[in-house]
Design a protein around this ligand. Structure first.
Ligand code: NAP
Length: 319
């Protein structure tokens, strides 16, 4: 009987707040039998080549259901969606731009490119010339969202966490302008400067202070798709920054809408066709990837999502 050693991360303890550490996530080695007799009916054994590391994973290991957007992990949940390796798109880029990734077979499938597409194409649906603001703009969702909005003929401005990322999204991903929120710390003043004609669309990836500032600059009938609020993921909800100016939504008749990509799986085919075509025609550039090597880097790679240290989509190359 053939046996292989396989390493896996397991959740040893929930992490209620802060960036998860080795107290919460631990690596162990298990022995797997590859004998056909040992594989249960309707099960398969997979070899994992790449892992997509995404912010939502954080919200699934808090041990709390309050103030979060994802249910907690249960044991033994997994997904396997087979990707055709002959589709002409390199696997890491596929993970970043198209593939559905996640650990649950339920509706909690996540994908940065799909989230960007749902937020911009389906919910914001901006007209040419619209003023579009995107936070976490150099991340996996942000890079794609900015390019989709540019394809629609919009004026697109992003916020991100380093001067290098500001340069990158302007020079390589077509953003009209961008600012570093660590150095331009008065967000209200920054948005006055970058949006003299107000904001028509704000794709929110960070929440908190940036969302509040953006709501001070929205135009009448603006759209605000709420994709994520990463500034709050390591805090219990009572410690997060409140948004004090929701009254603006009424006077300006703003449409602010949270969304989960899992609710749009019926549109995944449209998205994949459109995105594959954009990628092949060079209308959308492949996202930048931050590739960690080896499964042992999972904890480090997860932690990197909560700093401004990485650029683009975080992926682990397992072998
Ligand atoms: P990502 O942008 O590749 O990585 C996270 C980035 O967020 C970091 O690189 C960092 O970049 C920024 N960040 C971290 N902490 C921050 C803070 N306190 N304040 C402001 N920015 C901070 O991640 P992603 O995969 O593209 O996801 C972006 C957002 O979309 C996340 O909120 C995620 O949860 C959400 N999402 C939602 C769905 C859905 O179905 N609703 C699906 C996928 C993703 P900089 O600081 O350098 O800007």
């Amino acid at each position: 009987m053939e046996e292989v050693e396989s390493r896996e991360w397991y959740l040893a303890a929930y992490a209620a707040e802060g960036v998860p550490t080795s107290d919460h996530l631990k690596l162990r080695t298990v022995t797997l039998s590859l004998s056909p007799d040992s594989i249960p009916e309707q099960h398969v054994i997979l070899e994992i080549l790449f892992i997509s590391v995404e912010p939502y994973l954080r919200s699934r290991i808090t041990g709390r259901e309050d103030g979060l957007y994802s249910p907690q992990f249960n044991l033994d949940e997994f997904v396997a969606r087979r990707i055709d390796p002959n589709n002409g798109i390199p696997l890491p880029e596929y993970i970043s731009s198209i593939a559905v990734t996640g650990l649950s077979r339920s509706s909690n499938q996540r994908v940065p490119g799909f989230a960007a597409w749902v937020g911009i194409e389906l919910l914001a649906d901006p007209k040419p010339g619209s003023n579009v603001f995107i936070s976490a703009a150099a991340g996996a969702v942000g890079m794609c969202a900015g390019q989709l909005a540019k394809l629609r003929g919009c004026r697109v401005i992003g916020s991100t966490g380093s001067d290098e990322k500001v340069r990158l999204i302007k020079e390589e991903f077509g953003y009209d302008d961008a600012f570093n929120y660590h150095t331009e710390t008065n967000f209200d003043a920054a948005l006055s400067k970058y949006f003299p004609n107000g904001i028509d669309v704000y794709l929110d990836n960070v929440g908190g202070e940036m969302l509040e500032a953006a709501l001070n600059h929205v135009n009448k009938h603006a759209k605000v798709p709420l994709c994520g609020m990463i500034s709050g993921y390591n805090k219990v909800w009572t410690e997060r920054e409140g948004v004090r100016n929701l009254l603006n939504l009424i006077g300006k008749e703003v449409n602010m809408q949270g969304f989960m990509v899992g609710s749009y799986v019926h549109r995944f085919g449209d998205f994949a066709t459109e995105m594959e075509s954009h990628l092949k025609q060079g209308k959308i550039g492949y996202s930048k990837l931050k590739i960690f090597h080896g499964i042992e880097t999972f904890l480090e790679s997860l932690g990197s999502l909560f700093t401004s240290s990485n650029v683009g989509k975080v992926v682990i190359q397992v072998k």
